[in-house]
Design a binder for this molecule. Sequence first.
Ligand SMILES: [Zn+2]
Length: 411
Amino acid sequence: MDVQFLGGAGEIGRSAVLINESLLLDFGMLTDSPPQFPVRTPSPDAVVVSHGHLDHVGNIPALVSGDARPPIHWTPPTYELAMTLARDTLKLHGGTLNCPFTETNVRRVTQVSETHGYRESFEAAGYEVTFYNAGHIPGSAHVLVDDGETRLLYTGDFHTDDQRLVSGTTARPDADAIICESTYSDVEHEPRETVEDRFVESVETTLWEGGTVVVPAFAIGRTQEMLLICEAHDIPCYVDGMGKEVTEMLGQYPAFVRDADALQRAKSHARFVTGKDGQRKRITDQKAAIVTTSGMLSGGPAMTYIPEIRANPMNKITMTGYQVEGTPGRDLIETGSAEIDGRVMPVSARVEQYDFSAHADRDGLLEYLESYRDTPVVVNHGDRCGAFAETLREDGYDATAPEVGATVTVY
Ligand SMILES: [Zn+2]
């Protein structure tokens, strides 16, 4: 198989892997200003998508332009998330060069969509393809591609540890070659329970003291994880932003979450913010946690909450995910002030950072790859792919880290 990396090699964002010019795995976008897309838009016979994050599905509607109507294969939650993200991109960038598709393209995606569960093999562009639970977000999949001679495993993003929302991956299908993500290849996460305990204690302390806690969280996965934690520890909470819609949607796919009853309880426990009649401003003086997008303070209702709570040192802002350089969230952590809606605002409220990662860390990646000792490994999806491939080679693996645009042949 000839495997070309159209994006997501040696970088995070715009993932796109093309097999023999006919089967495309993922077609994402890199959020930046301006956004970046895969190096070219191919005309595949079929498309298979690993999971519903912007850097893996963001540019999918661009594949159904002109006469092209390749079937798009994914799990049901991935399909739903892709549609939510596409509509959001249209809202943010529609009609500009920063949006390479139109509303018509997005509608066509529905017509060519084919959904599959885990471990149900299907045919795509002449290959036999199977999804395995990747433990990253609901619906996330490892993708096994079999052409009858070679079995290629594309890990997509994955986590080896359990989160409250999804269990860690346990699937280790036989493969002749593996494309492995490496987002946190040089990081060791603090144990999840420890992170959660620190977070809960911090939030509870602030609420007891009469403060409000704003919890910026990514809409997909992280918001639901935070709501599950709030329910488990009986922390009063509100939820706002795109995470509301995603929470409602995931409730319809119990087979793709770890504990559907727990998610249902978390949904009932949280108060959904409508934003009507100045509700947002009103709830900022209540002793509650407000879980809201955007996770990096670059938009969403967080833009209303932060200015309201920032001046009172009794309040708190708890960042729950990685903050990309140049985002207001990163600036806030590093400098104590952030640019919100074009205004630089000093923040007296306390700011904290918690690592609720949905990716395997260094030990998790190595543990996963232990099952693939004799399998050539192609490292992608990371800022330090080359260094991780080197580590693997020193450990006896056949490992490489191609650059964007490169083609590797696997047997
Ligand atoms: Zn992801």
